[in-house]
Write a protein that binds this ligand. Sequence first.
Ligand SMILES: *Cc1c(COP(=O)(O)O)cnc(C)c1O
Length: 385
Amino acid sequence: MKNFLTKQYTKDKRFKIRHNYLTEQFKDYPKIFKKIEKVIKFNDFTLGFEVEKFENNFKKLINAKYCIGVGSGTDAIYMALKSLGLSNNDEVITTPYTFYATVNAIVQADCKPVYVDAKDDFNIDPDLIEKKITKKTKAILVVHWAGRICEMNKIKKIAKKHNLFIIEDACHAALANMDGIFAGNFGDIGCFSLHPLKNLNVWGDGGMIVTKNKNIEKKLKLLRNHGLINRNEIKIFGINSRLDTIQAVVANHLLGKLKVITEKRRSNAQLLDEGLKDHGNIIIPERIKGLYEVFHLYCMRAKQRDKLIAYLNSKGIDAKKHYPIPMHLQTPSKKIGKYKKGDFPFAEKLCDETISLPIHEFVTKNAIKYIINTIKKFYSKKINS
Ligand SMILES: *Cc1c(COP(=O)(O)O)cnc(C)c1O
């Protein structure tokens, strides 16, 4: 297997308006180098001061009770499941319309993913959850897709009625909130990623978990660090998945800017909404009052999606598919069920019709105008026919 990422990075550079914005994001890297220098002089390389500082600042930012820095968003989900004692094919309800890591973590934690179809807000459809609950069901793992919170009022009621845990895959959703309640605080455990392409990002892998439960916090702190209670004793069998201290420096540096970053994404999204909402060939999800979306991605559904993407690409716009194949139709899902096309029609529809447009804080107003006009041009010229 070749590393396909190197090629991907080079390919994406050809666009004028890109998804990737890391060069601009970290233009002030010498300042970060200075802070890293301190860590080096102090030899504070694992779970040091910077990790603690990040955990404290992040939990304050989103009103969480406890925050645990870990190795990645995937590990966050994996350890969340483990900390709740799940294993042995316990069933975890989730959506097939997600990034692979959600389901990978469920399987690696020895649990069984049970898919429930998505709906027009790109999130799990709460009205379809109860039908999938069995005696083996232990948790609902929601994904706040693109930084839009799932219908948590309904989901919380279902979880309460059936005595299920709620885990939030909030990897897209740092700072997202519904009526002031931040993603990560709706359920038992919230999982976040610091991957370079997420809204709050570092120079490699990283993640964090939030919870309001003291026992879960204790368990997670053991799990991420070999189960160690001191240098010579372990209390449980753990893994090594600590938030890297150098990455914590980068995360701390960026954390203070997250509100500004998010507001810029939101205002870009608003411009796109306004420019495209009445277009007959495009469907934008309804924007709901009280729902503070953070637009990790700007997703919409478009007629002739593939042709539109090719056209936008040819005009220098890095429009993408996030993602074209739903989880139940990915090869390894064959091992967990006899899935076929048509099983989760809405998720499949989203995979077929969704296009995501560059939305990050360095996309200018003019670039947004250009994107809107180029999309309109595509449909008006019938370039497609
Ligand atoms: C990125 C992502 C993850 C995994 O995060 P990593 O830090 O890359 O491991 C999990 N779930 C979703 C929805 C993601 O987008």
